[in-house]
Design a binder for this molecule. Structure first.
Ligand SMILES: [Zn+2]
Length: 311
């Protein structure tokens, strides 16, 4: 897109005439993907990144490209890298599921207050990383330093902006040209994950239910069995492009890869080797975010130990 403003936080990709994905750049203030859809006079933004610097760029691009103000802003789930940029849109309609809203309201006031009170601690931590940094040899460390520096510069002016509208199962938005449906099938990656489906364009925004060519992140709240169920249901829907929470835009094939990843890790843990000896399988050796693999294995083990059935 020549001539259009370029953000240092994300790469804007035109997926369809009216659908754009904003793919996070490593080490920027975005940290997760977002996007926007022009329904005709009405514009939807899907997720707001990890910082307000990144979401300001998104708002600028969404409004200058569509020539309309953003009407609706979606939070796919409660994780910070999808919602911390909300304040850029605080005078718009910000929508999440009821459970995501409740979780945000419980967690964020104290978390953000604590982070604002410890900017010095973050500064010292960034400095300690810089002290370990050897020029041109440690790209990942440089990304981490840049990511934390963006987070630090967001903190002094960061305001918590909670969603001001909620939905239970689904809500449909209508514009002059087309409609889009925001829906949730419950929690897989997080306690509640929402997706945005644009049937006329055959595009779906999947938040962190989909990671493309990078390790999906599992947490204690993650429900792996239900995650697989959700992905299998989504696979029946009609679309050609699936925008993930992390990684580049994908297809149904990438959805199947996440299902296989969950089942492969479960099978590996079931073999019973000490978990610290479990190595990344060769088919995932090129995937990004390999640092989360060990944590994922631990989460799978904890679930199996609790007697939870995953597959
Ligand atoms: Zn997440």
């Amino acid at each position: 897109m020549n001539g259009i403003f370029q953000s240092k936080h994300f790469k804007l990709e035109k997926l369809r005439a009216n659908v754009y994905a904003a793919i996070a750049k490593e080490g920027g203030g975005a940290a997760a993907n977002a996007g926007f859809v022009d329904l005709g006079e009405k514009v939807i933004v899907f997720d707001t990144f990890n910082t307000q610097q990144a979401s300001q760029d998104l708002k600028h691009l969404a409004e200058s490209i569509t020539n309309h103000p953003v009407t609706w802003v979606i939070n796919s789930h409660w994780h910070g890298d999808h919602i911390r940029g909300n304040q850029t849109f605080k005078d718009r309609i910000i929508i999440s599921s009821e459970s995501t809203y409740t979780k945000m309201k419980d967690i964020y006031p104290s978390r953000i207050a604590a982070q604002k009170n410890d900017i010095d601690g973050l500064t010292n931590y960034i400095q300690s990383l810089k002290d370990h940094f050897i020029q041109n040899t440690e790209t990942q460390l440089q990304y981490q330093i840049n990511f934390l520096s963006e987070l630090k510069s967001s903190l002094p002016t960061l305001e918590l902006s909670l969603p001001n509208q909620t939905f239970i199962d689904e809500i449909t938005f209508h514009g002059q040209k087309q409609s889009a449906t925001l829906f949730t099938l419950g929690g897989g990656h997080s306690l509640c994950d929402a997706m945005l489906y644009i049937p006329d364009e055959k595009v779906i925004f999947m938040g962190d239910l989909l990671f493309v060519n990078c390790h999906p992140t599992f947490f204690e709240e993650t429900d792996l069995a239900h995650w697989i169920n959700i992905l299998k249901k989504v696979d029946f829907m009609e679309f050609d492009v699936a925008v993930p929470g992390h990684g580049s835009a994908g297809t149904k094939e990438d959805i199947l890869k996440v299902i296989h990843y969950i089942s492969d890790l479960t099978a590996l843990v079931r073999e019973g080797h000490p978990i610290e000896e479990i190595k990344i399988p060769a088919k995932y050796s090129n995937w990004g975010s390999s640092e989360v693999f060990q944590q994922n294995i631990k989460i799978v083990e904890a679930l199996l130990n609790k007697g939870t059935s995953i597959m």
